[in-house]
Ligand binder design. Sequence first.
Ligand code: ZN
Length: 287
Amino acid sequence: MITWNKEHVWRIRIMIQDIEPSRLDNTYKPGTPLAEDNVLLFDKDGRLLAGIQDGRIRFTTRKDVPEEDTVYLFSVDGDKYFTVLKSAEEVLPGFEFRTVRELRDAGSGKELFAAFTAYHLWRWYADNRRCGRCGGENKCHGTERALQCSCCGHVIYPRINPAVIVGVIKGDSILITRYRKGYAHNALVAGFTEIGETLEQTVQREVMEETGVSVHNIRYYKSQPWGMAQDLLTGFYCDADEDAVIRMDANELKYAEWVGREDIVLQPNNLSLTNEMMRNFKEGKEV
Ligand SMILES: [Zn+2]
């Protein structure tokens, strides 16, 4: 039986990036790791070599990989994080390769946020080994978080994908969806911003495409860095037009229905902005 104490309740009510009083410092300060500094290792599929102990994620350190070339990522409370761009193959004792989705279910706290953020950066480095202009080899820039082509000098900066999460309200109900593939729990309409549109237009288009519902009174709620998908999620509530009828896109979704406040089933934890937005509505907060 699970006993709920104050810490449990506190931990399940905060989103992944809410690590206060801890703080992630993403200032780029290139350097070389010391023995105790975290050096995160990913395999060719982007799985992170990590240990899990009492729900906390444990990372490999410089001592585990004394020879590898490293790239500085960020620090959390002064603890430095580096990564190795070469794919890791060897499993070290006490560690296992895990996807960030598996870590999401197993870990919590500042280490989980560090893992998500490290994955976002690692993925960007891994996907940009060569210059998109001339095919030359990209090298880390000396002073900025950037990659520079060793042939033509082209500089590229980290890529973050803007996306929206939408709480569509109709009276005392909210539009709940479930994806056809991937995450199995309840969600809200979500999607990426296309080039040339505003976030508000993304909201209107995504809700229409996925569910056939037209909306108005679009209002911003909060944002969330979601390194698992290299996203910056922006949460919006809006109201369904009075005559709106759900016509679900069965290629993307397997479920899209109006669900009354009291009937909303939340996700297993509150790491995601989606869950906080569903919970706000369930608890009767003004949205
Ligand atoms: Zn180039």
